[in-house]
Design a protein around this ligand. Structure first.
Ligand code: XIL
Length: 352
């Protein structure tokens, strides 16, 4: 693999001061960004300037989710969500709106209502309060997050509260409302666990493809698929280029765009020397992007965080120290993962 070779060579470590990731991505006709949190952006100048420098798009990591915005019925609190939007407006970034319907971010009060007397008005009211508010800065949205689950039922759909309350058609209802509320935005389904050649992931890719086919056939206003790409070094032996390439071809041939939406790498052995860890992370990213970016349908790459200082992989109970699965380390130094992202975008320019 060309990209893996590039990172393995000592040359990668000696790359000259490179262009910002958003710049090299832009020259390759792609977008680069990261998920960020409003509290980190406000409190940490170093982080804010790294985000300003590297990212063309940002995804609100938690602040635009329903449970966060409306912890009590009728009391919408946009303070943190607005701070992210204002940052984006001032810094000239675009926002990827995330995530409107997600089974893990329904406020408890809404869960109780949906379980008891399902009324779509509740969902519509939430969409109406968020989407137009950010219409000037959010140009893409995750309308439904993680709808597929292997073994859930013949339709392949997760038996979420939305599914229980409204049946399988909740997906098209959400997209139709979203299209009315954001007529020019690109609307996405976002999914995880579809990256490897493992029985469950193979099955999930198939179920997801069937779902996308059904939606397109019905004329549902969906524009694309987000592939989360939370990579895991323990699963590297099961990454097979052809499996991902075929899937991307299938999705692209439905006329859908693809975003790599939450890229990061969970480490398998954080006790190894840092240089080895960083090389393994970069290699996994290089292999993945070598396939993903070769497909024109893949228009953007967003990492789930920019710096290891603010990674959900670090904060979620990793006793052996910080996970190093993002492009910048916790002091905002560029790591081999940043180099490989750079090389991956740059190789598209050179081959164009
Ligand atoms: C995660 C955030 O990173 C955490 O801080 C939060 O507590 C839970 O959600 N898939 C998604 C994201 O679509 O919204 C999730 O983000 C990570 C998995």
């Amino acid at each position: 693999m060309v990209l893996s070779a590039a990172i393995a060579s000592p040359l990668a470590a000696r790359l000259p001061r490179r262009e910002a990731l958003q710049t090299v991505a832009g020259r390759a006709g792609r977008l680069f960004g990261a998920a960020v949190r409003a509290d980190a952006l406000s409190a940490d100048l170093g982080f804010r300037s790294a985000v300003s420098r590297e990212c063309g798009i940002i995804t609100p990591e938690i602040e635009w989710k329903w449970a966060y915005l409306e912890p009590q019925q009728g009391h919408l609190d946009f303070a943190a969500a607005d701070r992210l939007a204002d940052f984006a407006r001032v810094a000239g970034k675009r926002i990827h709106g995330h995530a409107l319907l997600w089974h893990r971010s329904i406020p408890p009060w809404a869960s109780a209502v949906l379980a008891d007397r399902p009324d779509w008005i509740l969902v519509r009211r939430f969409l109406s309060s968020v989407m137009p508010r950010y219409g000037d800065v959010a140009f893409t949205w995750d309308v439904v997050n993680e709808p597929v689950e292997v073994g859930a039922g013949p339709d392949g759909l997760r038996r979420s509260l939305y599914h229980q309350a409204f049946g399988p058609d909740y997906i098209e209802r959400a997209f139709e409302d979203a299209r009315m509320l954001a007529p020019t935005a690109a609307l996405f389904i976002n999914e995880f666990g579809i990256d490897h050649d493992l029985p469950e992931e193979n099955e999930k890719r198939l179920l997801l493809l069937r779902l996308l086919e059904r939606l397109k056939k019905k004329g549902v206003p969906i524009d694309g698929l987000g592939i989360q790409a939370h990579l895991d070094l323990a699963k590297q032996p099961y990454f097979r280029e052809a499996a991902l390439a075929d899937f991307l071809n299938d999705v692209g041939s439905l006329g859908l765009q693809v975003r790599i939406s939450e890229l990061d790498v969970r480490e398998a052995n954080p006790l190894q020397p840092v240089a080895d860890r960083d090389a393994q992370v970069a290699q996994a990213v290089g292999r993945y992007l070598g396939v993903a970016l070769a497909n024109r349908a893949v228009g953007s790459v967003t990492c789930w965080g920019l710096s290891d200082r603010y990674s959900w992989l670090s904060s979620w109970g990793r006793p052996a120290g910080l996970n190093r699965g993002l492009p910048l380390d916790s002091d905002f130094n560029l790591k081999p993962m940043a180099n490989i992202l750079n090389v991956a975008f740059a190789s598209l320019i050179n081959s164009a």
